[in-house]
Design a binder for this molecule. Structure first.
Ligand code: HEC
Length: 137
């Protein structure tokens, strides 16, 4: 019971982070780099499968978790994703993909906690990559 409540709290926390992440790059990067409309449109595509993934985790729908992670993984391999050619960006992308794979693997093993942790890891990577884009060293 206690762990169930904790789990629900975790999911809510992650949902809030996910929603917040969507707004983060708007202020910084777009203002610094006008004319990135197409790139922004591609990046917006990330949101739907990520929302689907959260929903699937919350509903313990393993097939949907796997399907969402596959879509996210494919997007992350798209050339529109690899628009920035820096070591940091590549590293963030690699870590992001690893977290996506961890989530999918856990779901295939019917490991809900593992999938949730993978999702949180992935969300952390959203934030880290965006933060680095806004404040490059
Ligand atoms: C490896 C780096 C990286 C990771 C990881 C990453 N993003 Fe992004 N994201 C970008 C870049 C680059 C942009 C485009 C910024 C720009 O337009 O200048 C962007 C922009 C966005 C935008 C804004 C699009 C717009 O309308 O301007 C959203 C929403 C977004 N990302 C969501 C996410 C979510 C959700 C995650 C995690 C599931 C994520 N991103 C992970 C690099 C990343």
């Amino acid at each position: 019971m206690k762990s169930k409540r904790l789990f629900a709290a975790m999911i809510c926390g992650v949902a809030v982070v996910t929603i917040a992440v969507g707004w983060l790059p708007l202020s910084g990067s777009v203002a610094q780099q006008p004319g990135t409309g197409q790139r922004a449109a591609f990046m917006q595509l990330k949101l739907q499968p990520v929302k689907d993934l959260l929903e699937a985790i919350a509903m313990e729908d393993y097939d949907k978790i796997v399907a969402s992670t596959e879509r996210i993984h494919l997007l992350s391999l798209d050339e529109s994703w690899m628009v920035i050619q820096t070591d940091e960006y590549r590293q963030h992308s690699d870590e992001f993909r690893r977290a996506v794979v961890v989530t999918a693997d856990a779901a295939r093993k019917r490991n809900l906690d593992g999938a949730t942790l993978g999702y949180m890891q992935m969300t952390l990577n959203c934030v880290r990559c965006h933060r680095q884009l806004r404040n490059p060293e």
